[in-house]
Design a binder for this molecule. Sequence first.
Ligand code: GLN
Length: 219
Amino acid sequence: RPTVGVLALQGDVREHLSALTRSGAAAVPVRRPEELATVDGLVLPGGESTTMDKLLRAFGLFAPLRERIAAGMPVFGSCAGMILLADRVLDRPADQQTLGGIDMTVRRNAFGRQVDSFERPLHAPALEAGGGLLHAVFIRAPWVEEAGPGVEVLATTDTPATPPGRGPGEGTGRIVAVRHGSLLATAFHPEIGDDTRVHQYFVELVRENAVAATQHSSI
Ligand code: GLN
C-alpha cells in the first residue's frame, strides 16, 4: 500500500484523505518536512493558491517539496493545487510563486467572476476507468491556457455541455486536466462526491512509481 500525503495547510484536506483511503492508499496529512519525507506521493488540495504559496514557505515546505518534485515524486494538484504545479501563471499577484513542474500556463479564476462555481459532466477517457463521464465540480477554477509538448491533455470542456466563461463561448474547449510525467493536475475537485476514479488513477501512478524506484535501487 503506497503512502500518499495530503498537504494540510489549507483547503479540503479531509475529503482528499478519505478519497485516497477508499482508493487503497495509506493516507496521511503533511504539514512538516519530516512528514513530507515519509510519503510516496502527495496531493495538493484546492484552496487559495496565493495563501498556499505563502504557507508553504512559512512552514519550510516550499524548497523540500520542489526537490521531491524534481526527484520524480508523483504529485496530484486540484484547482489551487493545479496552479501550484504550473510553471507559469496568469492573473496572479506579482509576488506569487509556484512550485512548478508542469510545462503549462494556467489562468487563475478563468471561468469568470459571475459564476464562481459550476458542475458538469466531463469526458476524460484516461480517468473514466470504464465508468462513464466524470462529474466535475469547478470552484473559482483555473484553466490551462497553454500546455507544452510533454504535457498529456486528459480532459477539455469540449463536450457535452458548455461551461461559462468570461465572454460568450470562452469556457469551451479549455484544458482542465493534464498529466506531465508523474505530475497530475485537474482544474476541478474530484474529492467532492463519491466518485474516486481520479484518486484511484493517482494512487496507481504512485504505486507504479514506487515499484520502479525499488527496482532501480536494487540494480
Ligand atoms: N481561485 C483559487 C486560486 O486562485 C483556486 C480555487 C480553488 O482551489 N477552488 O487559488
